[in-house]
Design a protein around this ligand. Structure first.
Ligand SMILES: Nc1ncnc2c1ncn2[C@@H]1O[C@H](COP(=O)(O)OP(=O)(O)O)[C@@H](O)[C@H]1O
Ligand SMILES: [Mg+2]
Length: 371
């Protein structure tokens, strides 16, 4: 997956910008409020049809404009033949996606453009609610198994039905047995895929973390959402009265989570801010590395303010890892400083200056822009 050309119109303060990114490392630097995160948001819009900053897409459309547009040439399968992808969103909620002359749905778009974000919200993988960690697991399930999306959608459809029956307060026993059987029929294979993904991810994560952060070991464990020694059907039956009182289903994949332990303690409690940043980054980098091993396709990484929280040594290690991977990276920072100097001479790096919603390619200090 590679973006070879990018145009953004009417997205926040980016009225109209065009850039030709490097296939590997792209550094965007500029003052606060210049539009760096907005450019990452534009790429996210292109890959997923939504922002990572807000669910209120109206905020993303430039004030006084009716529609935002992100257009790119992308090489989705790495064949060397880029094709046009355009995503537009208007104030009346319509998302339109056109790829090589055809309309795409959101799942087709997501599988076309494997995207991973590392920003200050990524800390939520350790500190936030279980739903954030389930999204992380499901990114992997979605991208590693073509059957995952059907199970995921099926499970959530049946769960919604079961919960609305529970809220009504009265369910005929035969109707309940039917719904429960259907729920289990989706829940079990969905959970197998999630568990298999985390098993495959674990060694990759450990390897990358050892590279980014020496001396800290973090243990990752998948918790499937119900007692793994018991069949889900049995628990649905056993907890039914409680579920009815509460008005929702208390066991199942909707309760799945990941647990992180560092030196035997909850990692969110134990680690420093900088250490946490490296742990959550290692998780995201492991996803991209595993995706590459499984599909031979690279990911696009959007890394907002890479240097924040990191000392120079760890910042260098992070960059070294990105340099040795195959991903296309869009990295923002306020001052290019260290980030413009850490790369090997043969790594394709492009530096872009962002200023009041305008983007220009810039030469690294004392060097050529193309190295
Ligand atoms: N809907 C909008 N229309 C126009 N400008 C906007 C809109 N939303 C945000 N902005 C402005 O866009 C600018 C870009 O912000 P941002 O991309 O977060 O900057 P950076 O990441 O470089 O600090 C900010 O100055 C903000 O006020
Ligand atoms: Mg920003």
């Amino acid at each position: 997956m590679l973006i070879s050309q990018l145009q953004v119109s009417n997205l926040r303060n980016l009225s109209h910008v065009e850039l030709t990114p490097s296939p590997r490392i792209n550094l965007l630097f500029g003052e606060n409020g210049s539009g760096k995160t907005s450019l990452l948001e534009a790429i996210h819009m292109l890959g997923l049809g939504r922002s990572f900053r807000t669910q209120q897409y109206r905020q993303v459309i430039q004030s006084e404009q009716s529609e935002l547009l992100v257009f790119a040439q992308i090489d989705a399968q790495g064949t060397g033949e880029p094709r046009p992808l355009g995503v537009s969103r208007s104030r009346d909620a319509e998302l339109k996606v056109r790829y090589a002359g055809e309309s795409l749905g959101s799942a087709e778009l997501a599988s076309l453009m494997p995207l991973l974000v590392i920003n200050s919200d990524t800390f939520d993988l350790l500190e936030g609610s279980p739903s954030i960690r389930r999204q992380f697991v499901d990114w992997g399930g979605f991208h590693s198994d073509p059957g995952f999306i059907r199970l995921w959608r099926g499970f959530h459809r049946v769960l919604k039905q079961r919960n609305s029956l529970l809220k009504c307060g009265k369910i005929d026993a035969r109707v309940r047995a039917l719904w429960d059987a259907e729920l289990v029929a989706f829940a079990e294979p969905l959970t197998e895929l999630r568990a298999a993904y985390i098993e495959a991810l674990k060694p990759v994560f450990e390897e990358i973390l050892a590279e980014l952060l020496k001396d800290v070991r973090v243990e990752l464990r998948f918790s499937q959402g119900w007692d793994s020694k018991r069949p889900l059907a049995e628990l649905l039956e056993e907890n039914f009265e409680r579920d009815l009182r509460q008005g929702f289903s208390s066991s199942g994949p909707q309760r799945a989570d990941l647990r992180f332990r560092a030196d035997g303690q909850d990692a969110a409690e134990r680690l420093s801010r900088g250490q946490k940043k490296l742990v959550v980054s290692a998780l995201k980098l492991a996803q991209g590395a595993l995706f590459y091993r499984q599909s031979q396709r690279a990911c696009v990484y959007l890394i907002d303010d890479l240097p924040s929280e990191l000392d120079e040594r760890h910042c260098r290690q992070f960059c070294r890892f990105l340099e040795n991977s195959t991903n296309q990276c869009f990295i923002t920072c306020v001052e290019p400083g260290l980030l413009s100097r850490v790369w090997d001479a043969d790594t394709p790096v492009r530096l872009f200056k962002v200023e009041q919603g305008k983007i220009s390619q810039s030469a690294a200090p004392g060097e050529h822009d193309e190295r």
